[in-house]
Design a protein around this ligand. Sequence first.
Ligand SMILES: Cc1ncc(COP(=O)(O)O)c(C=O)c1O
Length: 375
Amino acid sequence: MSAVEKYIEARLNERRLSGAYRTLKVENNLVDFCSNDYLGFARSPVLKSKIDDEVNKYTSALNGATGSRLISGNLTYTENLERDIATFHNSEAGLLFNSGYDANVGLFSSLPQRGDTIITDELIHASVIDGARLSYANRYTFKHYDLNSLEAKLKLSSGKCYVAIESVYSMDGDTPPLAEILEVTEKYNAYLIVDEAHAVGLYKNGLACHLKLENRVFARIITFGKALGCHGAIVLGSNSLREYLINFARSFIYTTAAPFHQLAAVKMAYELLKESDNTINLLKNNIRLFKETVTKNANYPLINSESSIQCVLLKSNEKAKATAAQLQDCGLDVRAIRSPTVQQGGERVRICLHAYNTEKEITLLTTTLNKLIND
Ligand SMILES: Cc1ncc(COP(=O)(O)O)c(C=O)c1O
């Protein structure tokens, strides 16, 4: 075995021993309590036929983008879509990226410079961390939602300071006190960047718009792979931020643009979202039903969340895996979230609720969970 093969085997063994070994699974017939398809757009026949109609309208559209946006992959359609999405989220401008991961990496690696500061909530998504790591700026984290901790880090900051939070946290489902965070960041002239990946849909055009705070947020990241049921993302901000990212964000510059059918899918998903108040209400009702029927128990603390993402903390990889397996045995697709995806001690089962989950499915989920909790 070569040195590198030995290294690979040793690292994989470490993962197996810590109960954190990752494997890919294909689709199944279980009830979906794990996907990000909160409004059911990914499986919507209505959206499917809207996309088909839109694609068929553009008979000369190419199958692939043929190049990056800066070379041959930019279309009038792309730029119109960016403007429409920016308008929907009440932003001056927006720039599409091929994924939310690319958007965060592009923004955080290109904007903050040596001598500047990036402060992130300790639970911020990996894509923000990776982008920040690629920059030469100083980096700090603050305790989740802790305004004193944030202020302490703001006092240490130098240069231009960027503070990054999520509006619904991907692994916890909770929502930050956006107005208070803005007050603190503004006191220190810092720029707030909000990742709205899991908030769009539930809060239609995002939490910042829902709270009418969008004009005080420096930049927002919207992803299309969650409630919008598609793929891709946009960074929302000023016209000059858009121009800056076109010039400096390497995950925008050095990659093939999204193909036309992806853009058409995103455009139609936004059309559907505009008329989805009933679907959003179904989702809200399902969240309410889950919260009303699940037992609260000190041994199985439920993370405080009003969103589609609900978590039961189990505090070990083994317990999280075993609980998820028991729920799966009952036909419910609930997944364990283990360390190192979450911090050690934060291992959990993460339950994603959807507009299309039925009352019967949610009741089966909560009665099964309650039984496991009480046993
Ligand atoms: C908060 C957050 N930001 C960004 C991303 C990345 O988005 P995408 O899946 O489009 O790459 C995710 C998804 O995992 C996320 O949860």
